[in-house]
Design a protein around this ligand. Structure first.
Ligand code: ADP
Ligand code: TRP
Length: 325
């Protein structure tokens, strides 16, 4: 039985979940969690989000939006453990213990800290100790496997180093986790052809109401090939997105439309819009049901927190005893 654990950021300004998040993180995560040999601990990293988001209402909305998206896509919160980081205050306690086993230069040289401190006006100590909180997230639950994107590779190495240093000095108490880095997950392009990302404002939030969603899809950048002429599928953002979501017949049909001419980008965008609406009909409905009833989300997260806390308390008491507390 492998315990897989991953943290899901709730960092956006408006709680938006986009197609890149869905195809790159939510669907693969749910697949992993279905394996009967795995036990999945997935949590919303709402303590990490305080490094950048200071507004309480925005944070709450983000937590609800992220949780609603996971649940709408079928994450089984009964089989697995789904919780929010801040419901388990023991993680802050462990962060302190671990920070006393974390070499200062390791944090000072971390890529993500250097990047963020170069970009952000608010360079707070939370950004600096971010990797220690992340190590505590993982080590508090004896996690074996941590699926993350490439950008988190160094954070996972730091977790392993911190755990190794602790085990070396105090005794073999911590499970050293393996990272599972999804090199294979392709990068989903945004409306301007760059990587779809909240930071580039080029994302498609599939949960938007119809009219707004259509407007975003109509804004996808295309070239100026006239309506009557055949169009190149290999350079078209609309086609790239359509192909990601469509089945083979639909894709072949679209390819033929592009080759045939007299088929405009407006037609292709309309087809993409309709495809998204029909493909994600049930997820969109579920998402809005949940968002209109946020207490139901809070209830699910509270139930998850009880399960998570049970494990956390066991692991923490083992650590505290050995440290003499
Ligand atoms: P953003 O870049 O919009 O801020 P995040 O960094 O919050 O997105 O990403 C959350 C998850 O979604 C990560 O696991 C990340 O790998 C995945 N993800 C985000 N954007 C994409 C994309 N364009 N293609 C594939 N996966 C993505
Ligand atoms: N830092 C991760 C990110 O930005 C989120 C995260 C927090 C996380 N704690 C974690 C991921 C623990 C895996 C394990 O995506």
């Amino acid at each position: 039985m492998a315990r897989i654990l991953t943290g899901i950021q709730s960092s956006g300004k408006t709680g938006e979940i986009h197609l890149g998040n869905i195809l790159g993180a939510i669907e693969p995560g749910i697949e992993l969690s279905k394996d009967p040999n795995n036990e999945a601990y997935f949590f919303i990293a709402d303590l990490h989000s305080l490094t950048t988001v200071k507004d309480a209402n925005i944070r709450k909305m983000n937590v609800h939006a992220v949780a609603a998206a996971w649940i709408a896509f079928g994450f089984d919160t009964d089989k697995n453990v789904f919780y929010k980081q801040s419901d388990i205050p023991e993680v802050c306690e462990l962060t302190w213990y671990l920070s006393c086993f974390t070499p200062y230069p390791m944090l000072a040289n971390a890529h993500s800290f250097k990047d963020k401190s170069a970009q952000l006006a608010d360079v707070n100590a939370g950004l600096f100790t971010y990797p220690v909180l992340m190590a505590a997230d993982i080590l508090l639950y004896d996690a074996n496997l941590v699926p993350v994107g490439k950008d988190q590779r160094q954070h996972l190495e730091m977790t392993r180093d911190i755990a190794g240093s602790f085990n070396h000095q105090i005794g073999e108490l911590l499970v050293i986790p393996e990272a599972q880095i999804s090199e294979r997950v392709m990068t989903i392009p945004g409306t301007d052809g760059r990587k779809m990302s909240k930071s580039y404002d080029n994302f498609i939030n599939i949960f938007l109401p119809d009219k707004k969603l259509r407007k975003v899809i109509m804004s996808i950048e295309t070239d100026s090939t006239p309506l009557e002429e055949p169009k190149d599928t290999s350079t078209c953002n609309v086609f790239a997105l359509y192909e990601l979501l469509a089945d083979e017949d639909q894709t072949n049909q679209m390819r033929a439309n592009y080759a045939g001419g007299n088929y405009g980008y407006g037609h292709a965008k309309q087809a993409l819009f309709e495809l998204i609406i029909s493909k994600y009909e049930s997820q969109r409905k579920k998402y809005w049901e949940l968002m209109e009833n946020p207490e139901s989300i809070d209830q699910m997260l509270a139930t998850g927190a009880v399960k998570a806390r049970k494990t956390a308390l066991q692991v923490l008491s083992r650590i505290k005893a050995q440290l003499g507390y």
